[in-house]
Ligand binder design. Structure first.
Ligand SMILES: [Fe+2]
Ligand SMILES: [Fe+2]
Length: 223
């Protein structure tokens, strides 16, 4: 996507995030859902968030379209990257966050901003995500590596549906944590907890984006 193709307003946010290195970080900063709702044109996404479209296009226009993307392009390498950078990271992150959250909820039970129910929410996210990642690792990704495109339309649709559920979990996570913002004078555990939930949000959005907007469409076009 060379810079001469700007303006971007009628391109979808998923396409922009997939083709312009750094765009997903910009979208995250502006609160634009580029992973579960990547099909939305940029102009409409800006309108939904009451953002100035011209200013948003200017920020995107400052990105270098020739920068090296974080994720490899080749399908097998991309799947490897998703598994090592995201699946394994979630498996490290989420159990730690559950433990931190239980601690904060117990120690600060009387605090008006205590994130009551956060540990239970994270436990639900963890349960769903683990089953989802296993399905990708054992069924979908091996079929993709074999280029068995005729057999994977249904599993892909199921994974997209799961991703929508994960997006709803992230919205609930943001609500419970005041958008990952610690209260004044919060202890280090609370600070570590919200730094971790913000990282989980960033990682899960990028993870879903790579599957929904980059990997899956390669197998859906001819299906
Ligand atoms: Fe995944
Ligand atoms: Fe997934």
């Amino acid at each position: 996507m060379p810079q001469t193709t700007f303006p971007l307003h009628d391109r979808t946010v998923g396409e922009i995030a997939a083709r312009l290195p750094g765009a997903s970080g910009v979208f995250r900063r502006f609160g634009i859902d580029f992973c579960c709702h990547g099909e939305v044109p940029l102009a409409e996404a800006a309108n939904r968030r009451q953002l100035d479209l011209g200013a948003l296009e200017a920020v995107l226009g400052d990105l270098d379209p020739l920068a090296i993307p974080d994720a490899p392009r080749e399908t097998g390498a991309l799947i490897d990257h998703i598994q090592t950078r995201y699946h394994q990271a979630h498996r490290r992150q989420i159990p730690e966050l559950i433990a931190l959250s239980r601690k904060v909820e117990a120690v600060h039970a009387g605090h008006p901003e205590v994130p009551g129910g956060l540990a239970d929410l994270l436990q639900r996210i963890w349960g769903e995500l683990e089953v989802h990642m296993k399905k990708e690792e054992l069924i979908l990704f091996p079929a993709m590596r074999r280029q068995a495109a005729d057999r994977i339309a249904v599993p892909i649709a199921e994974m997209r549906h799961d991703h929508d559920d994960h997006g709803a979990f992230l919205a609930e996570l943001a609500r419970l944590t005041q958008d990952h913002t610690v209260p004044e004078g919060a202890c280090r555990t609370w600070q570590a907890l919200y730094a971790g939930t913000a990282q989980l949000r960033a990682d899960l959005m990028e993870h879903i984006h790579l599957e929904n907007n980059v990997l899956f469409p390669r197998f859906e076009k001819g299906a």
